[in-house]
Ligand binder design. Structure first.
Ligand code: UFG
Length: 339
């Protein structure tokens, strides 16, 4: 199966493109390398460097190669940044996706797998969050993802395409050999920051901030559902197979179904690393819901998805291998993790 992986040099996209290659699919990556890393890509995977805003490039790409499906990871994904720069978010996450969908339609490519987010649900009314939970996003990032889901539903109803939207909960972890992992230009995610505090805390005095200790949760800190990046990647391959077998358009929530508080993440990281995490408590971060936990029964039932890393400890172990061996991320990798 020929698959175009848009944003395939990013954190999740790079895991998916490698898994596709390893399992006999034929991925081509389109990435503008604004946030992705060339070093994260297997050199055997063709890379087209370019942007979804470039209609001419998309037209050429789809006429040069016949794709069976498109997976779309390229998006801006910071809630706080989306509140500061909503127009940038709607342009990147919505308008650019429309360019991609239009190019697909012109080329007669009808299968689309979309990276959606738990952020479409806003402040949850009940836990765990299944697919019948109302979608009421509370920030531009979440709205941008929901807008695309709605566009996909309309396009499916018009017979233009079949799609699967995967609503990720908290993506985390790295490859078990520690050679690929999370490397964001401006890191905001808890697990990398906890591990960076372990690594750098002693010498720089950098301390992790625990945002909020007065939430209505057992220990007062926020609870999240952490899912290993390889388990997320697996869901994309299952979705591609599902669509190619004629599956109807669908949206699935994707998490482990278990919640862990910020303090539980810190304690687990201390156990895995054998070192103390230097932290201090701070005010709540704006827009953080107290608890986000997925009900992933539907994807298990309909696509046969099962996590290979169901425990927080296993997820943090892989992340620790990566951060301990790559304190500067991919910056030090000249030729990529496969060498
Ligand atoms: N946290 C801290 N200190 C930090 C960083 C995070 O206490 O330095 C806390 C946050 O307040 C939150 C939890 O750790 O309670 C997890 O935070 P992350 O930033 O790792 O993840 P989020 O749950 O905020 O974000 C995830 C996805 C987003 C998505 C969002 C939906 O990464 O893409 O869920 O709300 F939009």
């Amino acid at each position: 199966m020929e698959i175009l992986v848009v944003g395939g040099a990013g954190y999740i996209g790079s895991f998916v493109s490698r898994m596709l290659l390893a399992e006999g699919y034929r991925p081509t990556v389109l990435d503008n390398l604004s946030l992705g890393h060339r070093a994260a890509l297997d050199p055997r995977i063709p890379l087209v460097t370019g942007d979804l805003a470039d209609g001419g490039l998309l037209q050429r790409l789809f006429s040069d190669r016949r794709f069976d499906a498109v997976m779309h990871f390229a998006a801006l994904a910071s809630v706080a940044e989306s509140v500061q720069a909503p127009l940038t978010y709607y342009r990147n996450n919505v308008a650019n996706t429309l360019n991609l969908l239009a190019a697909m339609k012109n080329a007669g490519v009808a299968r689309f797998i979309f990276s959606s987010s738990a952020a479409i649900f806003g402040t949850p009314e009940r836990i765990p969050i299944d697919e019948t939970h109302p979608a009421r996003p509370i920030n531009p990032y979440g709205r941008s993802k929901l807008m695309v889901e709605e566009i996909l539903r309309d396009a499916a109803a018009a017979g233009d395409l079949q799609s699967v939207a995967l609503r990720y909960f908290n993506a985390a972890g790295a490859s078990p050999d520690g050679r690929m992992g999370e490397d964001h230009r401006c890191e905001t995610h808890l697990i990398p920051l906890v591990l960076k505090a372990v690594l750098g805390g002693a010498k720089s005095g950098a301390r992790l901030k625990v945002f909020g200790t007065d939430y209505p949760t057992p220990d007062g800190t926020c609870v999240r559902d952490y899912i290993h990046v390889s388990d997320l990647a697996r869901a994309h391959l299952l979705a591609a197979d599902y669509l190619s077998a004629g599956g109807a358009s669908a949206a699935f929530n994707l998490g482990n179904g278990k919640g862990f508080s910020v303090m539980e993440v810190i304690r687990t990281a201390e156990k895995v690393t054998g070192r103390a995490v230097a932290f201090e408590t701070a005010d709540r971060r704006a827009g953080d819901p107290a608890v986000l936990v997925a009900a992933a029964d539907r994807i298990s039932r309909e696509l046969g998805w099962q996590p290979a890393y169901p425990t927080l400890e296993a997820i943090i172990e892989t992340a620790w291998k990566w951060h301990a061996s790559h304190p500067d991320g991919y910056a030090a990798s000249q030729t990529g993790p496969q060498d």
